[in-house]
Design a protein around this ligand. Sequence first.
Ligand SMILES: Cc1cc2nc3c(=O)[nH]c(=O)nc-3n(C[C@H](O)[C@H](O)[C@H](O)COP(=O)(O)OP(=O)(O)OC[C@H]3O[C@@H](n4cnc5c(N)ncnc54)[C@H](O)[C@@H]3O)c2cc1C
Length: 481
Amino acid sequence: MDFKEMVLPAEVLPAERLERMEGWGMSCAGMSYVYRPVNTRGVREILEIARGSGRPIGMRGAGRSYGDASLNSEGMLLDLTRMNRILEWDPISGLITVEPGVTIQQLWQYIIEDGWWPPVVSGTMFPTLGGAASMNIHGKNNFKVGPIGDHILSFQILLPDGQELTCSRQDNADLFHGAISGFGMLGVFTQLTIQMKRIYSGLLDVTAIAVGSFAEMFAQFEQRLPESDYLVGWVDCFASGASLGRGQIHQANYLDPGVDPEPAQTLRVTNQELPDTFVGTVPKSLMWRIMKPFANDPGMRAINFAKYLSSEKLGHEAKHRQTHAGFAFLLDYVPNWKLTYMPHGLIQYQSFVPAENALAVFTEQLRLSQRYGLTPYLGVFKRHRPDDFLMTHAVEGYSFALDFALTATNRGALTSLAAEMDALVVGGGGRFYFAKDSLLHPSTVARFTGEERIAKFQALKTQCDPEDLLQTNLYRRLFPK
Ligand SMILES: Cc1cc2nc3c(=O)[nH]c(=O)nc-3n(C[C@H](O)[C@H](O)[C@H](O)COP(=O)(O)OP(=O)(O)OC[C@H]3O[C@@H](n4cnc5c(N)ncnc54)[C@H](O)[C@@H]3O)c2cc1C
């Protein structure tokens, strides 16, 4: 399509491009003029349309951010999912160059049979690499290998004025460190070159460890850090008293060369894929409907309790081998599980707190949630390390991600609870993650980010996007003029 034909004044942007776009958590949505280019030339032309129309333009990958990070209500949205070609792959060095719409799923499926795995993946395989770089995503190995930005060697970025720059740690280094973590506010990634991780088997050695309290969860994490490749904790947020913070840890380790007798088999994509049925019979596509009647406080209390009991029953430590995809993307096991939160959706609240304060802050967050009668249905606990990207979220410490169900009446209470929890996090030297945020206040962002970083970010924004053409709902909410 020739986008030049479509340079029209704002009031006549074509109505057929108007679509209702939703944040992944289904708690926010807006109407936008959506464009889906297939190449850099198309992106350039759409940026010109935006400039001509006087409307801001935001970017969207797979729309897997929980809140409003990839929404631009009343404005234009550049959906990059059709720019999804793998441009270069070197199975000797493990270097790959991709367009921004390539998903984590496409990536691992493309490289695994050559004995490689993405160094950093999120808990779901559906994000695009443009979206992943923009948020500087972390995995269950963040404490060991840092965020995805640490593995990006270079990228091409298109600025709103049509200029395309190559950025790396050597060239345009400030923009390199700003655009990774810059939530799409500095330019459009059009190509990324990323170093993959060598693996010698399609399996991981996994140990499941039941823990009876938060203190035990922390102690086990600290003890296991030096010997683990991945660590993640699940928390039963309904448990209280001496059991507050109880749950289960999963530790996973790569297999050394020669340990897997059949690596060619285990590395095959078909042997990685998650099964289509649950316990061999129920089609996975039906699972969310079966789970729906339990998506309430009594149901979730029972499910969390049963999960804890079954983890305890396995003994304090249970070992097994699991595929990379099975371990990394457990959340994808039940397709559309978020629909159990219909009709009001869910909000994820994830905070990152330095190790010395994390136990106190997360204990108080759980107590507060229970006191408010807003117990999270899912709690996930991870270890992190700091990185040098400008607007990044990780700290030398821990994160706790809490899924809150929205109802017709609880948004006000949830906002008050989040404000109380924010104060604890900021007081403890912690940070937040824009990919997960829905409720932060600009004053909180200013406090945890610090004046110096914000000034640096704003200077880069003015340099790359002097007309403030690139905007999203999240940007307007958290960085108001
Ligand atoms: C079930 C689930 C589990 C998750 N687990 C994790 C996890 O373990 N770790 C973690 O870190 N995150 C996790 N996430 C969050 C997710 O990884 C991030 O939100 C990621 O950014 C989503 O990528 P996306 O392609 O969907 O981007 P979107 O959500 O569509 O957009 C994210 C941001 O990227 C910008 N953007 C998109 N494409 C480009 C581009 N080409 N150039 C510049 N900017 C662009 C957008 O403007 C927006 O600001 C999870 C999300 C879900 C739903």
